[in-house]
Unconditional design. Structure first.
Length: 317
């Protein structure tokens, strides 16, 4: 029997309490706490499909998962492999999961090395993990306005089942990654391996815990916040900046994702992620900055917070 990373989940109702968002009413503002993350993703995906002049097509995909689309967009010339930041999955339900990637051939350059203002078609595939039977595939869009990120809500999946997935752009492909749906409501699995992570400061460590987590292949990872830190705080690795605006926060997430252990941890299991304070600013509370913050007043903090929340959404599955 495999060992657990933080502990075994013995009752699914406890896990379901981690996901109360689906019962909330949909609000108009994605920063409003009343909106469901999954509903916002669905709206964003629909907008991307419209931008791509996408349409359902018998030749565009297969399976009963998220609708496949075709697009008139062409793949632009890229300076290299656009999948340097890896892939991820998250927000699992018993019949669906969100798949994520971000195109960044030069991850620490402006816009990740992507051409300005150019939306890019991205092909996706989902298969059963063990038999490699095709489940669904199609083409989606990585919009420039979203930092060339993809959030794909794949549904029609089986409960408590493992799948593999990958993305491709032109001749570039990601490695196959693993994800898993939750058990059906009202059922209790014989074993459920749950990993918990938080407070991971890039310049203060080498992320050995992420390497161990990836090796154990849990069923689910829960991140309780401080996925990034908004400022430097250690001398183990260089590159961390003090993030104030959207390009800063996008850069910080890119830097963190250059770590191979973090990418490996995302590639073996779906994550459920919440934020704490360092995703924005140390010790901020609502619109009140910490006295030692780089944000001098509430107006500056709110502008900074909007950029930080936007970057968090773009970079989380």
């Amino acid at each position: 029997m495999p060992r657990t990373y933080e502990g075994a989940l013995t009752g699914i109702p406890a896990l379901r309490r981690l996901r109360p968002l689906d019962s909330r009413p949909v609000a108009a503002n994605p920063n409003d706490p009343g909106i469901s993350r999954r509903a916002f993703l669905a709206g964003a995906a629909a907008s991307s499909a419209l931008l791509a002049v996408g349409c359902s097509s018998d030749g565009g995909g297969s399976g009963g998962a998220a609708p496949a689309t075709t697009t008139t967009l062409s793949v632009p010339d890229l300076p290299g492999d656009p999948f340097t930041l890896g892939v991820a999955s998250g927000d699992p339900l018993s019949d669906s999961v969100i798949l994520w990637t971000r195109l960044a051939p030069e991850p620490l350059a402006a816009r990740g090395g992507m051409p300005r203002g150019v939306d890019v078609p991205v092909r996706w595939e989902v298969q059963t993990l063990d038999a490699h039977d095709p489940v669904a595939d199609g083409v989606t869009v990585a919009p420039a306005d979203h930092g060339h990120t993809v959030h794909l809500d794949v549904d029609g999946l089986e409960p408590a089942s493992a799948y593999r997935y990958r993305f491709s752009v032109g001749d570039f492909h990601t490695a196959w990654a693993r994800t898993r749906t939750l058990p059906a409501a009202g059922t209790t699995p014989e074993q459920f391996v749950l990993g918990q992570v938080s407070c991971a400061q890039y310049d203060a460590a080498r992320y050995a815990a992420y390497r161990d987590l990836a090796e154990q292949q849990p069923d689910l990872v829960v991140c309780l916040g401080d996925y990034i830190y908004e400022h430097p705080g250690g001398d183990v690795r260089p590159g961390v900046i003090t993030a104030i605006d959207l390009p800063d926060y996008r850069y910080q997430y890119s830097l963190y994702r250059t770590d191979p252990n973090l990418r490996a941890a995302h590639a073996v299991a779906p994550w459920i992620v919440i934020w704490d304070d360092h995703e924005v600013s140390n010790n901020y509370v609502s619109d009140v900055p910490d006295p030692e913050s780089e944000s001098p007043d509430s107006a500056a903090l709110l502008e900074r917070r909007a950029a930080a929340y936007r970057a968090w959404w773009e970079n989380m599955p």
